[in-house]
Design a protein. Structure first.
Length: 383
């Protein structure tokens, strides 16, 4: 699709940056460009350096950094909620100014931040609202839902999210579903298990369970310490998390068999996934994302890589992974360890899980997400 007007992916996050939404936005932008679309990414001009260095790939779309108030990193932790709200409002104003200035250049805006939806409605911009979560505060939530009722396109991450939006009054027949997706470089990574283990210094006969994702409370990663403590003969590798998250995670001590690897660059995730006998995902039951709105990137990544995956039996995970994963009940603190022990003791079951993941791996790639997005926006995908 050759177009004279751009698709703008606007995201309130540091680009490039270590957060999943930043990495996913870059991968989507690259995939759209490969399909012939002209793409820009608009993001805030954040102060200071990222807590983890992430290189901007040579084929990344142009990045437009919008000025905004940014005191988040300098504020004490107790004040960060207020400074984050100020930053969101400031970025929404900067977005509105830039969108108005360049209105004729942009065919579609794709917006994932609720504050931007309201700005786009006021300016009557052509946009798709991508719903990853809704604000928790009452008035912000009401404003977001009002914007969704008026948006030209609304994209949910799952059918379950569509049902939740309809229950909240977004009673639209045209709600689209576009799940999270993984980096193309992960495709088939699990087939390189021996190579990955040699590179990481892991013996081929060692039993390894890996978690690849962030460590903040909404992800439920605190359960990994209980898992490692219950299985002292299993090496549990926890990959990801920003420095402050890792410090909080380790504050009360770590089991001897839990290895806190920390953040790795996107191009190294495939090696981390490939080295595991079993990849474990977690969820926080109190999280609205886990119950309905989310579509866990870490699950998409494990499936794209062709890994044996053990996931929490929450609706968002079940809809994304389907029969390609095994499941545990997260409300039972002891069940993850029992499920891991059962699967590690059954090589045939692990291989069956890998085969099921490989069968659906291409469905979870960023290129597929880009094609579907163009279809939702009414574009033609090149042959």
């Amino acid at each position: 699709m050759q177009t004279s007007r751009k698709i703008v992916l606007a995201v309130n996050g540091r680009i490039p940056g270590p957060r999943a939404h930043a990495i996913a936005t870059l991968r989507l932008g690259i995939a759209l460009q490969r399909l012939g679309a002209a793409v820009e990414i608009w993001c805030p001009d954040r102060r200071g350096r990222s807590p983890e260095a992430v290189a901007l790939e040579p084929d990344a779309p142009p990045i437009v950094r919008l000025p905004c108030t940014d005191w988040i990193d300098r504020a004490p932790r107790w004040a960060q909620r207020a400074t984050a709200a100020l930053q969101r409002a400031s970025f929404a104003r900067a977005f509105a100014r830039e969108a108005e200035r360049r209105r004729g250049e942009v065919r579609w805006f794709v917006l994932r931040d609720p504050a931007l939806w309201s700005s786009a409605v006021k300016l009557e911009l052509p946009f798709a609202a991508e719903v990853h979560e809704l604000p928790r505060r009452r008035f912000a939530r009401q404003a977001a839902l009002a914007a969704l009722r008026q948006a030209p396109h609304v994209i949910a991450l799952s059918q379950l999210a569509c049902e939740a939006l309809r229950a909240l009054g977004v009673a639209r027949a045209d709600l689209a579903v576009l799940p999270s997706a993984a980096d193309e470089r992960l495709l088939g990574a699990a087939l390189q298990r021996s190579t990955a283990r040699r590179a990481l210094g892991i013996a081929l006969d060692q039993r390894v369970v890996s978690y690849v994702g962030h460590l903040h409370a909404a992800k439920g990663a605190r359960r990994l310490k209980d898992l490692a403590a219950a299985l002292p003969e299993v090496r549990v590798r926890v990959v990801g998390g920003l420095p402050a998250e890792r410090a909080r995670f380790a504050r009360t001590g770590l089991p001897a068999n839990l290895e806190l690897v920390g953040f790795v660059a996107p191009e190294q995730i495939g090696r981390e996934l490939a080295a595991a006998d079993l990849v474990v995902a977690t969820a926080e039951l109190k999280s609205e994302a886990a119950r309905c709105f989310g579509s866990p990137v870490k699950i998409a990544e494990a499936l794209a890589a062709g890994c044996a995956l053990l996931a929490p039996a929450v609706p968002a995970a079940r809809e994304l992974a389907g029969a390609a994963a095994d499941y545990y009940r997260p409300e039972d603190p002891a069940e993850p360890a029992r499920a891991v022990e059962r699967l590690l003791g059954d090589p045939a079951a692990l291989e069956a899980l890998r085969a099921r993941a490989r069968a659906v791996s291409r469905e979870h790639l960023a290129s597929v997400r880009a094609e579907r997005l163009l279809q939702i926006l009414g574009g033609q995908v090149p042959a």
